[in-house]
Write a protein that binds this ligand. Structure first.
Ligand SMILES: [Fe+2]
Ligand SMILES: [Fe+2]
Length: 327
């Protein structure tokens, strides 16, 4: 089949409306989804499926890259060489995650430079959680434990998402995320066995991050209009509220082991449901932060834009090197 690139997008010569061939592609796509198999870059796919995935994967990639900032700020202030090495490696892992994901978006015909432009111009989003500041070193532990923990709940089901390159990238990402979560827990565990001031620092950080972490799962199901279609395409496998519940159920016993109280008076085990009941996060705050009005939105995007500009010489050098090798 003839393959070519049109408007930065890989096409196979057929367009919606090309009659029989279109119907055939559509039928094959639906069979693949129904059989729970993977859609691959060469396969015909509905334009809306492609666009949804580009948006989701780009948003995910941006989150990994922007997510380097709040923790990266602590690398030079880490309290020991060991903590510095761990944090450095973790932040570097997040850069790697961003790269796998931009790579996955490129298999859908997306242009990476354009994705970066969309991020710095505010046309594409990243996770709301990275718009909160990291005020103490305990925040590094809490981000690993709670934020990476929430990311795992969101991302493990994505290892079986219907688009092949995204699913495969997620397998490796999830392995690294579980290390991140463990290192966060281990840091907090150490601090909770330290001085009174260290314990207070952990509790204060948990109080600040708990609710924004619950917001990471997105608006409640009733207010999440795109979810049904993503579920039908098996891009998404569980609803926002299901994943939020799973995260709470996983985290409460860990908080008990750690000796911290989660700041939710409604949090209690419900034996009838077999789950923890918990309060609702402030979804109005989530909407504000997503709309750009969180504590650090402007700073995060400004810093990303500056880093991109400062990296221009690296891209120019890589292009010159590739040209000399005839690539
Ligand atoms: Fe990550
Ligand atoms: Fe991570």
């Amino acid at each position: 089949m003839e393959r070519r690139v049109v408007d930065g997008r890989l096409v196979d010569g057929r367009r919606p409306g090309d009659g029989e061939e279109f119907a055939e592609g559509q039928a094959r796509f639906e069979e693949t989804i129904a059989a729970d198999q993977r859609v691959e870059p060469r396969d015909w796919m509905p334009e809306a499926y492609r666009a949804t995935l580009v948006r989701q994967i780009a948003q995910h990639a941006h989150s990994e890259i922007i997510g380097m900032q709040p923790e990266g700020e602590w690398i030079t202030r880490a309290p020991s060489l060991r903590r510095k090495a761990i944090l450095w490696a973790k932040v570097q892992d997040e850069a790697g995650h961003g790269l796998y994901l931009y790579g996955a978006a490129e298999t859908l015909g997306a242009d990476r430079a354009e994705l970066t432009r969309a991020l710095v111009e505010g046309r594409q989003k990243y996770s709301s959680i990275f718009n909160y500041p990291t005020l103490t070193f305990a925040d590094v532990g809490v981000i690993g434990w709670l934020v990476d923990g929430a990311a795992i709940c969101n991302q493990v089901p994505l290892c079986r998402t219907s688009y092949g390159p995204y699913a495969r990238a997620m397998v490796r990402v999830c392995k690294e995320e579980s290390f991140h979560q463990r290192q966060g827990f281990e840091l907090l565990w150490t601090m909770m066995r330290g001085t009174r001031a260290q314990r207070a620092m952990v509790r204060e950080a948990v109080d600040r991050w708990w609710w924004p972490t619950l917001m990471m799962f997105g608006p409640p199901d009733a207010a999440s209009p795109n979810s049904a279609r993503s579920m039908a395409w098996r891009v998404k496998r569980h609803s926002n509220d299901e994943l939020r519940q799973r995260f709470v159920d996983m985290t409460v016993p860990q908080a008990e082991r750690l000796g911290v109280t989660l700041p939710d008076e409604r949090l209690r085990w419900n034996p009838e449901r077999g789950h923890y009941d918990f309060g609702a996060p402030d979804f109005a705050e989530l909407a504000r932060v997503i709309a750009g009005d969180g504590p650090c939105n402007a700073e995060r995007v400004r810093r990303r834009a500056a880093a991109h500009e400062e990296g221009a010489w690296v891209r120019a050098a890589a292009r010159a090197h590739a040209a000399r090798r005839g690539e």
